[in-house]
Write a protein that binds this ligand. Sequence first.
Ligand code: NAD
Ligand code: ZN
Ligand code: ZN
Length: 345
Amino acid sequence: MRAFRLTGPGSARLVEVETPEPGPGRVRLDVLAAGVCRSDLAVLDRVGALGYGLPFTFGHEICGRVAALGPGVTGVGVGDEVVVHAPVGCGRCRRCGRGETQYCDHGHASGAAGFGLGLDGGMADAVVVGADRLVSSAGLVPAHAAVLADAGLTSYHAVAGSLARLSDADAVAVVIGVGGLGHVALSILRALTGATVVAVDLREQALELARELGADHTATTGTCAEVVRAATDGRGADVVFDFAVAPSTADVTPSLLRKGADLVLVGSGGGVVPVTKPGPLPAGTRVSLPFWGSRAELAEVVGLARRGLLPVRTTEFGLAEAPRVFGRLAAGEVVGRAVLVPGLG
Ligand code: NAD
Ligand code: ZN
Ligand code: ZN
């Protein structure tokens, strides 16, 4: 079968590998769709610093059809369509027991953060994962379902952590970076809160998508301070979700917040926000660094999608086009999420 594998820093190739057989408690999925995340670009460049074993197959945003069951697997059948909860932990601690594998204290000891991040992932014709990681995606378009496993789950976890700050009738949320993650976050905010939403991006196409998804106001990094002031009668936003955390967004986010607000840093674009007293952040600011999400949250995200509340924007490409798609994402040419579909070639 084919697999798009990371072989060394800056080096990824589509290669032929043996089709993996599922061991005890595991299943093999025929991959229906695998999303391409900006983190994949970061891993490609910086894998040397991450401690992942090499080589491995990319793809941590996976939708597949169950093709083979390993010994002892119950509760799932051949032919079921599923999404994968991909962050791995030790599997033995309390957090892993609660499905919060993304926050396992021992996770990185295994040399991997998840399937597609140190362990073989879904940018392949097939992938083997634990049967306990599956959430049914029956009835969803596979390319849309795949996006829920990271862009959806990470955004959901980020929003869920700040719901208390968004409960007032006049609450205002800012979403910076309307890409793969940020565009799903807009719909999640719409589904879970009554907040007024300001969407911020550098690209006009991204802001157009934000307006289609119901953002109340749109702005660029240069104009967002003014737009947020106008939308909040000068007081500032209740929560700022930064899906870029670039130097230029880190410079502006403190000025967007009211007192007692949340600054939620999801992106890994190298921006630095000084957390000092006194400093640029208003009194009472809570800063958080959410990472991915739990298995239960993935089931909740899938539930929202089933109710038609998460209109994901995807562009689909064949698996063979993986190198070109990575290039398009790096060049800022992707609107919403690019998804690899092995069935397309
Ligand atoms: P993406 O490229 O699809 O989207 C990023 C968006 O941010 C784009 O629309 C881009 O135009 C915009 N942007 C970039 N710089 C900007 C700036 N200075 N001002 C305003 N907008 C700007 O990327 P993605 O896949 O959505 O990932 C977003 C970030 O989140 C990446 O850094 C990625 O590594 C990170 N990420 C974090 C987690 C987590 O669990 N914390 C999970 C997945 C991805
Ligand atoms: Zn990701
Ligand atoms: Zn653990």
